[in-house]
Write a protein that binds this ligand. Structure first.
Ligand SMILES: *Cc1c(COP(=O)(O)O)cnc(C)c1O
Length: 511
């Protein structure tokens, strides 16, 4: 972990955001960062938002900016939109991308950005206490901090999976980025804080946005409804009936969303909400929305930061609609372009074999993309046959020397059970990513000494039913090799002693 222990608030002359001892010399005097330091704890304002507002008043106006451009546009294209416009697709119907004014960001060198980001970790300063908004200049540089809707998401655990790595893979450097240890239990929070903040800004500007809607495989709706509820914005979610977990369903209900349970699959819900949002003043929060990726990309920056700005060799991301794999690419690439690191990791996208259109495309040598009809998978959040962000994923993989792998239901459930047996408690999607790692280790593509990060996308507690089914050996056509069912015992001393003795014998160290 990079040191951020030097006090920000020691002397009144130190800049607010930089440890005074290690302050690098920016190429240009960063006047907008050199407001006087004042601790929220020592100043007698009532809360951290008031404090940020007061600080803001003394700032020079920002001079970083970002806009929408068509994704991967021809360099001669001049098409662009303000982030304050409500637009989801380019003129030609393609995807949009948020493009930052890199030349403005480049006026500061890599060392400056590293120190700035490091100085904000672990504080309550609004809004920088969030792992997303600690990178605000790279996310939504022009938003007023007062309009940000944040649960201080991000800053998630980069876990050294020592036992799993050594025991199952002979690897010393296996790490799991636990993005699911988060406000609503999945990485979707990282993107949703950005989207809902921007919607909040639009509403404050009196733009006609009555509510925010999404179709969801579960986690998006949970994140959307939590952030909307926190800002008092109505949220509307379209969910495929009987295809998401109880834990996922209960979240939007509890957070007061308007929940439509529709008798179709995710792709069907997506189609419906697109038609509906074309008619009604509902802002569309699906992952075709490029704002979310700006928040999600901070997980990549965070990984570099947590390794003290050393670059891992591999990052493995489970993929469904395929926005996240591109977000990781974008985060790493920005760090390279702005001089924080000198290379980027190789990316692996891991798909469930029951929903593997990207895998098939990759295997064909990127010849022909064909959507598939996704069939049921325990990795329900990636049960998507026609991914919205296919072009983004292909771009990310081609530009990172990337690979696509897939996992069968048995492989992903076994990998999840094995990981859990070493002390983790992961979701089935992370099981897909671990299966991909196991295959790439077995084939020698990933070497024993390679530093590898597996991205865990949701908290295991959201997917307990799949674990119960597995451990009760209750899944058709699956061996459940690592099932650990509870032992039924009669309520008497002798019976309990019998089973315990047998158990302890099986665990006794052998010589
Ligand atoms: C949304 C989600 C994914 C897939 O991310 P994409 O950007 O759609 O590829 C994977 N895992 C979990 C738990 C998710 O919620």
């Amino acid at each position: 972990m990079a040191s951020s222990s030097s006090s920000l608030f020691h002397s009144s002359s130190s800049s607010l955001f930089l440890p005074s001892s290690s302050k690098p010399r920016p190429k240009l005097k960063p006047t907008h960062f050199t407001v006087k330091a004042q601790s929220p704890l020592t100043h007698n304002t009532s809360n951290i938002r008031d404090e940020a507002r007061r600080q803001n008043a003394t700032h020079e106006p920002h001079r970083f900016s970002a806009k929408y451009v068509p994704f991967n546009a021809d360099p001669s294209s001049t098409e662009s939109y303000s982030l304050d416009e409500i637009v989801y697709r380019s003129q030609s119907g393609g995807l949009l991308d948020v493009q930052h004014d890199l030349s403005a960001l480049k006026r500061f060198d890599g060392a400056y950005w590293r120190s700035l980001f490091d100085s904000r970790v672990g504080k309550t300063t609004w809004p920088y206490g969030s792992g997303v908004w600690s990178k605000k200049e790279w996310v939504l540089p022009e938003i007023d901090s007062d309009h940000i809707v944040s649960a201080f998401e991000g800053n998630s655990n980069l876990f050294w999976a020592e036992r799993f790595g050594k025991h199952f893979l002979s690897m010393d450097e296996l790490w799991v980025k636990h993005c699911g240890i988060s406000h609503t239990g999945s990485f979707k929070d990282l993107g949703m804080t950005v989207l809902v903040s921007q919607v909040n800004r639009l509403r404050k500007m009196n733009r006609p946005v009555v509510g925010v809607g999404c179709a969801s495989t579960g986690d998006t709706s949970a994140a959307l409804s939590a952030y909307c509820a926190s800002a008092g914005i109505p949220s509307i979610v379209f969910l495929p009936a009987n295809r998401i977990s109880i834990a996922q369903l209960v979240q939007p209900i509890a957070n007061g969303a308007f929940v439509l349970s529709i008798d179709t699959d995710f792709d069907g819900c997506m189609q419906l909400i697109r038609e509906v949002t074309a008619e009604l003043p509902i802002y569309l929060a699906n992952s075709l929305n490029s704002l979310r990726l700006e928040g999600q990309k901070t997980a990549a920056i965070e990984i570099l930061q947590q390794f003290d700005w050393q670059v891992p060799d591999w990052v493995i991301v489970p993929g469904g609609n395929l926005g996240n794999i591109y977000a990781f690419y974008k985060g790493f690439k920005m760090c390279q372009e702005l001089g924080l690191v000198d290379r980027i990791p190789r990316l692996v996208c891991a798909q469930a074999a029951n929903a593997d259109p990207l895998y098939l495309y990759f295997k064909s040598g990127w010849k022909e993309f064909k959507p598939v009809k996704a069939t049921t998978t325990f990795a329900s959040a990636i049960q998507i046959g026609d991914p919205v962000s296919i072009d983004r994923a292909v771009y990310a993989l081609k530009n990172s020397n990337g690979i696509v792998e897939e996992a069968t239901e048995e492989e992903l459930m076994d990998a999840m059970a094995q990981a859990d047996s070493t002390g983790m408690f992961i979701c089935p999607h992370t099981g897909v990513a671990l299966s991909a790692l196991i295959k790439l280790r077995n084939s020698g593509v990933i070497k024993a000494g390679d530093r590898t990060v597996v991205v865990s996308t949701a908290h295991g507690l959201k997917f307990t039913q799949s674990k119960i089914d597995y451990h009760s050996n209750n899944i058709r056509d699956m061996n459940c090799r690592y099932a650990n069912p509870p032992v039924q015992v009669k309520a008497d001393f002798g019976s309990v002693m019998d089973v315990l003795k047998k158990y302890l014998q099986s665990k006794a160290p052998r010589h």
